[in-house]
Design a protein around this ligand. Structure first.
Ligand SMILES: [Zn+2]
Length: 320
């Protein structure tokens, strides 16, 4: 499959589960969208008409426990990050994400169910070049102990995460890779949400995380992993953080050409770096071009004519 062109889904595919915060059943349907549509949430099941919201950074209204999108009428879709990660990670530019409740279903806490839905729907090329946001200079944000940075990168999109938990079972971990559909699927797609037992218990008593369970969260206490089935990867926590980064940065609205690094970060840091990048018009430009890896074909800077030079794409061909 060629990824030099924009892509969408061939058909619809549906996923049913529960919301991690409400614990209530919710159904999500992925479907096709036109060229340049981007990723669009449609909240159905409301009294009155459905509400649409573009998955972009300006629509982020909260980042405390998950990435929440909304508009001036209030929050609309919570826990947007894993389905966005699946779409961006698998190289889907344009899609409609219909959700009939206030939260994206948590499924098993990873992106696996959404990747399966994308596989079921199929990915098709569209008659337009893929467009990217190319990072032109480093942008960094420090928030307390957290540090995040996005910088120019010649080989597509790279996501790097370092975590450093005082909890000795999690401890220090790092993970990073140049994002391609193959590597996304294999290396981070199945990495689950994780938490500390003390925090989960506190959330439960405050009426949050009512849908959280060992079915969808990797839970640690101070001494051990509490899930009897064990981990999917030894460094599953760091890999899940990379998954979150890919989902949160999908809110750029276009695939990024750049390298992102997060140290002790989370949704709030990811959003802060993306917002700082987008706010600085000298730090990025929109380019479109052939997306084959290591290509030397020229790139068109939108609105500014042809810009020569070497550019690599965010997504290589879907082959191993
Ligand atoms: Zn997550």
């Amino acid at each position: 499959m060629k990824f030099s062109r924009q892509t969408t889904l061939r058909a619809q595919a549906t996923v049913a589960g529960v919301g991690v915060h409400s614990g209530l059943p919710v159904t999500l349907t992925l479907g096709p969208a036109p060229v340049d549509a981007g990723l669009i949430f449609v909240r159905t099941g409301l009294e009155g008409s459905d509400r649409e919201i573009q998955a972009t950074a300006e629509h982020v209204v909260a980042t405390d426990l998950a990435t929440v999108l909304g508009d001036r009428d209030g929050p609309l879709i919570s826990t947007a990050e894993h389905v966005l990660a699946a779409l961006r990670g698998m190289g889907v530019d344009n899609a409609v994400i219909e959700v009939d409740g206030p939260e994206v279903p948590i499924m098993d806490g990873s992106a696996a169910a959404f990747i399966a839905a994308i596989d079921q729907a199929g990915i098709v090329n569209q008659p337009a070049q893929r467009r990217f946001i190319q990072v032109l200079k480093p942008i960094s944000v420090k928030m307390g102990d957290s540090f995040g940075e996005i910088r120019p990168y010649a080989n597509g999109f790279r996501a790097e995460v370092e975590i450093d938990f005082t909890n000795p079972v999690i401890g220090q971990q790092s993970y990073g890779f140049d994002v391609s559909p193959e590597r996304f699927r294999r290396e981070v797609g199945r990495a689950r949400t994780f938490g500390l037992m003390g925090d989960v218990a506190r959330l439960w008593s405050a009426g949050y995380a009512l849908g959280a369970s060992f079915e969808n969260t990797v839970v640690f206490d101070d001494e051990r992993l509490l899930n009897t089935e064990g981990l999917r990867y030894a460094d599953e926590c760091a890999r899940h953080k990379v998954l979150d980064v890919i989902g949160d940065l999908a809110l750029a609205g276009l695939p990024l050409l750049g390298a992102y690094r997060s140290v002790r970060g989370g949704h709030k840091l990811n959003h802060a770096v993306l917002t700082a990048l987008l706010a600085d018009r000298t730090a990025w430009r929109v380019v479109e071009g052939e997306a084959a890896r290591r290509t030397t074909r020229p790139v068109v800077e939108v609105g500014s004519g042809i810009v020569g030079g070497r550019i690599a794409a965010a997504y290589g061909p879907d082959v191993s």
